[in-house]
Design a protein. Sequence first.
Length: 87
Amino acid sequence: MTIGITGQASAFENDVAAYLQELPKLLGTNEGKFALIGHAHLEGVHDSQEQAMREGYSLFGLGGFLVQKIAQSDLDMAVHWHQACQS
């Protein structure tokens, strides 16, 4: 993935890309739960945002990670965005 002024993706952009890549698999049994992504890798799925944040700080400290509620709307948005970019 290449994004941004420097021509390289940020850690956040890589984490978002990893979430979107995992999203179709996550939706089956985990919709409404919270995905924890760090270093562009799915670290776990938690029942609450608080649990995911606690685990994120335990694993990554202040180094950065993504906690995202697993939602069909995220997949719909990504598909729409991808289709728009192809036009």
